[in-house]
Structure formats: structure tokens, C-alpha cells
Design a protein around this ligand. Sequence first.
Ligand SMILES: Cc1ncc(COP(=O)(O)O)c(C=O)c1O
Length: 413
Amino acid sequence: MTNFSMAANHSIRPVKEDVIFGMSLKAEEAIKRDGFKNIINSTIGALLDDEGKLVTFHSVFEVLKGLSDQQIAAYAPLSGMPEYIKCAIEATFMDCRPEGFIDGVATPGGSGAIRHAIWNYTDAGDKILTSNWFWEPYQTMASEHMRKIATYELYDENMDFNLKSFETSLSELLSEQKRALILLNTPAHNPTGYSLSSSEWLRLREVLVKLSKDENNKIVLFIDVAYLDFCEDEEREFFKILGGLPKNVLILVSFSMSKGYTFYGLRSGALIGVSSEEKVIKEFKEVCAHSNRGVWSNGTRAAMETLIEIYRNETVKEKVMAERKIHKEILKQRAEAFIDSASKVGLDLCPYKGGFFISIPHDDSIKIAEKLVEKNVFVVPLEKGLRFAVCAVSIDKCKTAPLLIKEMMDSLK
Ligand SMILES: Cc1ncc(COP(=O)(O)O)c(C=O)c1O
């Protein structure tokens, strides 16, 4: 009787505890017991103020609250409001729009965009390629759709992007499957904060061109830019080199209102497609619109209306950008404080270029994270190290955390 189950075979999976959620819960208990100022909670993947309260952009919420009931309540078209898609494309590329045919489909956040890429550009049982440090939900999304994750090494011996490993893995996958979807999270990778440099991007482009010479290969590069709005505008430069690729290389880019507009729970984003071939983009729009109808019907109209209103009014747009800039600066200062302290105490970090998280490589991260709980320091243990969310921790605590982590690592050697 113990094996009795009502769920379909494909839905019976090992029940795993959500590590991030579990650690956050422990941190909340500690806050109640010892007070917020006495604990360091670096488990939350959202921008929090120094008192641990979720940052929300006032300029964005003013627009949302000014919408009519009808603007909020109505259904949106299946593939999203056309003006919203236009704004999402503009907000993503700014003045670095790649050449080619471009279109988009609204999705519930960047997660929805990843889902559509997985479903529409891989076959059942296929492997999806990403780096060996990766955002854990990629795994969940892959298995939810009966796909698997294959990985390449993120770093080479100099802790730069490991293009060789990328090329070998991609080439192997193409020989096996003849199609490959790559999930590339840059700039400001979660969990490490890595961003590909311009020269790394150029070399990666060369690899795509080389492997696309076999016309039977189909390469889909999904660029997960979840943290793009917290990078410098110039970091969008790489988009420009993504035009003019052969027709069997499709570029997909996610747009999300979660971080850049603090609309996390309002669930709005888009999947954007870029191709030198018009037919590929027409097909992209059709398959993704079908997926929308088949999975969640349509997206959150209020969020789409908010983005449209922001982009219609230059003054409002400037206000949003100015408010975001303040928080971008705070994030930068927190990261600098953490990196500076880490270097003073000799704590090795993964190279950080930007974003919400910094990672500390370690072979036994679970043990370290568990012991750190005793010191009221809460970090997320990952397979390859610890993740510290600088987005959620004040500068002062970012300064003190590295020593506590280093001492714990040394004491457990
Ligand atoms: C790397 C990465 N990709 C995608 C997402 C998707 O976020 P959302 O669906 O809220 O846009 C997140 C959110 O934390 C993320 O960290």
C-alpha cells in the first residue's frame, strides 16, 4: 500500500527538499528569535533594503495603481499586447538591437520564456546544454518537459569562460541530436555573477558559425538575461553581434519584469526571437503563441499595460530608470564590500562581474552552510559551492560575512 500512487507515471519524481526555501525558513526563525540585526540572511533572490524589506520601485507602482479597472482586469491577446512586445524588445536591446527579423511573445516572466524555448526547440528526451554552475530551476523545467540537462565547464584554468568545453559539449550534443538548445545565463549569471566579455562573445559566435556549417545542425542559443537591468547599459553591446547568423542558428532572449521593474509576483516577461530568416521568426511566433494558449492562455494584462505606459511617457520612463539606478548603485556597493572583505581574509570567490549573487566554490557546501546557521549566517548551499545573495544583505553585513565564512571553512578542514 505504501507504493500506492494516483499521479501519472511521468509525474512521480523523487521528492527533494527545496534547499533555498529550507534555508530561508531557518533564517526567518532566527530573525524571530535573535532579531534581524543579529542575523545575515543571504538566501533571498530579490532586492531587499537594509532592514530586509522587499524593494519596490515607487515609480512603477504609481503607473500600475493609475491603471483603470478594465486595463487590469481584461484578458490580453494570446501572444501578448503588440505594443507590450514592442516595448519589451526596446527595453531588452535599447540601442544594441541586432540586425535581422525580431519578434516576441509575452510569457509569465523569464521562466515562461525558458519553458517555451525548451518545449518548442527540443524533442522529448533531448539534452539541453548549460554551464556546470547553473540556476537549479533549469533542471526542474527540463525534467517537467521530459528533457535532461547536460553541462560544460563554466570556467577554464584562468577562471575565464571555458570556450573549449563549450565547443566540445555543443559539438557532441549536435552529433547526438542534430539540434541543441543552449541556456546561457549572461550577463550577471546566477549563481556566480559571471558575464561573458566582448571578446568571449565574439569567439562564442565563431563557434556557433563553425558548427552551423553542417546544415543538418540546428542551434538555438537562449540568452537568459534575467539580471540585465542591473548591469551597465553598455553591457548590451553583445546583442549587436547576434545579427547576420546563418538560418540554422536561432537566437532567443528572455525579457522579464521581475527584477528590472520589481514585478516579481506579477509574472510578466517575453520570449524574443532573432533570426536572419523571416520564416524562422514567423514560425517562432506561431509555435510560442500556440504554447501560450496551450499552457496559460495569456499573460498578466496589468503588467503589460504598465510597461506600455512607462514607455509611452518619456518623463515616467526617466523616473523609472533613475529609481533603478539608485538600487543598481546600492547593489554595486554591497558587492564591492563583500569582494573587498573576502580578499582581505583570503576567501576565494568565483569571478563576479555583476548581478544579485556571489558564489564561493567549495566541495562540501552543505556542511559549511549548516554550520554557518549556528553563527546566524544563512547562505544557500549549491552543488559546487555557496551562494551569497548580495541583493538581500546590507553593506555592513556584506563586510562581515566573508570572515565568518572563511573561519568556518578553515575550522572544518
Ligand atoms: C537565472 C534566472 N533566470 C530566470 C529567472 C526567472 O525569473 P522570472 O520568471 O521571475 O522572470 C530567474 C529568477 O530568479 C533567474 O535567476
